[in-house]
Design a protein around this ligand. Sequence first.
Ligand code: GLC
Length: 569
Amino acid sequence: MDHLWWQTGVVYQIYPRSFQDSTGNGIGDLPGVISRLDYVEELGVDAVWISPFFTSPMADFGYDVADYCDVDPLFGTLEDAERLIEEAHERGLKVLVDLVPNHCSSEHPWFVEARASRSAPRRDWFVWRDPAPDGGPPNNWLSVFGGPSWTLDETTGQYYRHSFLKEQPDLDWRNPAVIEALQDVLRFWMDRGVDGFRLDAVMLGGKDLLERDNPPAHSGSAHKAMGAWDAQEHVYDLGDPFILEVFAGFRKVVDSYVAKQDLADQVAAVIPPDRVLIGEVHQFDLEEWATYYGGAGGAAGAGDGAAGGAAGAGGAAGLHMPFNFGLFKTPWTAEGVREHVETIERVTRDRGWPNYVLGNHDEPRLTDRLGEDSDRLAAMLLLTLRGTPTLYYGDEIGMEQGEIPPEQQIDPWGLNVAPELGRDGCRTPMQWNSGPHAGFSTAKPWLPVHDNRAFRNVAVQLDEPNSLLNLYRRLLKLRQKHQALHRGSFRSVDSGNDNCFSFLREAPDAPGHFKRMFVALNFGDEVIHVVTPGPCRVLLWSHAPGEDLNLVEMLRLGPKEGAIAVVFG
Ligand code: GLC
């Protein structure tokens, strides 16, 4: 079977508050996103994932949803969402929406109803427990955003559980009625044409049935220090295997939507399902992480990557892809990255299609994490590995972490736990041009635009042939054009140099495609010379525009430089 779009394509994440404001209130919105779709198309990505734009009191900037099936007035209307989907499709872009299934807003009618009394009809859609004998919370579980994950509801005298803010009560995933309601949400958006979902915080849906206390931690298990949360080993409050059944159920619903839903059944049967479920899974034991693909042995995209939808003998199909955040934790060295990529290749072999993430709305900006001198190397790595890359808005122009003075910080994580966990800095407005507010809005934006907007912006970089943005555009086009890069096999190559990570991407012969590509990435600070696996012609350098016409058998790479070459013979 052939590969599907979400395997060969590149996902571009848009944080809608910060992409483009169309109303002049300083907050980005859906019509704003629509007005920038030409830019996204020309960038050369294949899909947009849009962070939540649903009705919300915005306690967590939209990750607290009060109506899964409507658009918050701040962002526009349901018609705007439908128009966005349509306009994206007209440009050949797929659309992923962000479903937040672990919790809703405390203002969602489900919770308002549930908290009214102990016998309320939807009481059991949430998790209510009597106080412990001392009157305190029923166990020691913590909220990611600080304090216990239990809040006492004075009216009914019981605690309710929340993995994040108290304004984000956890839905009870052990209640089949809740799962059905969430599946209806999937249907609602697929009926409107969305091509898939990013599922938020899904590991936290898997809590221990016996609600045992977490033991003290041996070491922080996440990729960054998480404050008080790190004091516990999170064995009982996340990742309980029963969530695999939940994913299997979601998967069934999503896979039942074929490319053209209205086709007759017998025709539908031969069209592979092509909508995608991508889960936010923070699991850094990669063997464990891979189990989120669902049953081993023949699951979707196994091995070299056919796209089959069914799971193998090992069990039901799970997520099409759990996000791989491994590169957030991997040392930024040739050896570290090679080891990570080889591990991903190994653990996904019989499971599913790999993927890589280098930035999102929860992490400090790529440029700040890796250093500005690594921007180009990171771009080349992300877009040449085997697997689906996810690119965060603004990383293509090297946007830096905004410096938000403490009194202007608004992210609850930073406010409640530790300023360094605050995510405002990676959510500052997209920098379109050197004009007022960087072309993002006509009014003062909800977060300050970075001071570097005068030179780090789309307009300036489009005009500069050797800009980071033009490197991204060239990389994306090259990747789109050649099967070796977007679906070919992967094999590490020993370049004989410790600072160099090099590999071959190879696809069967096809007209108009180069069959074998050699990628060499110098993670070091010295010039290196890399022997190529045969006569090569460089198609793309990370630091210079244009390709080389000469055949070479040795590449000279400057510090943090990379190259992609076609190998002949
Ligand atoms: C996920 C989101 C994050 C949000 C949290 C609660 O981790 O990526 O932005 O705050 O879930 O929904």
